[in-house]
Write a protein that binds this ligand. Sequence first.
Ligand code: 5GP
Length: 192
Amino acid sequence: MKLLEERIREDGVVLPGNVLKVNSFLNHQIDADLMFAIGEEFARLFKDSGVTRILTVEASGIAPAIMTGLTLHVPVLFARKTKSSTMNNDLYTAEVYSYTKKVTNCVSVDQKFLKKDDKVLIIDDFLANGQAVKGLLDICQQAQVQVAGVGIVVEKSFQDGAQWIKDQGVRLESLARISSFEGDQVRFVGEE
Ligand code: 5GP
């Protein structure tokens, strides 16, 4: 997605540890117009896949997931990292190691929001080693739902997650695919 790549180039900041900081437009302050365009693009890619529900993980996945749900007219469910006091014990849970925070969270969703006849689209902001997506796929497996695919805003293709998802036979659509960081420069797949 050209618009997204241009914005990453303009406003993304490369940090040590192969981390791209995009908090001025994607995951802290949010450019709502760009996020809406991201949702429209995911909706276009998955419009014929029979998606009935979108699944993401809080917090940074919520914005792209909502914009996609808005366009596809399906509910958006996010896995919580802390258990809310209003949640009962009927939960699907998975362990997710956070790439940026270096902690393991137990993420959970209420079982009543995933039905066996659901076809789920998983959305997240970044794909690095695939831990977040693995956790969400694990939850989908527990709920015995079909997975339409995975939609990622920024894929770091040089890390392990993308290949792992494809190896599972799961469709992966990433809107920006980074092949490497060179100093403070971002290189996208196809630019080598
Ligand atoms: P994974 O689970 O695929 O290893 O990492 C994906 C998760 O870690 C995303 O949900 C995102 O929150 C965070 N993450 C991974 N890499 C980056 C990065 O380069 N920049 C930012 N801002 N977050 C990242």
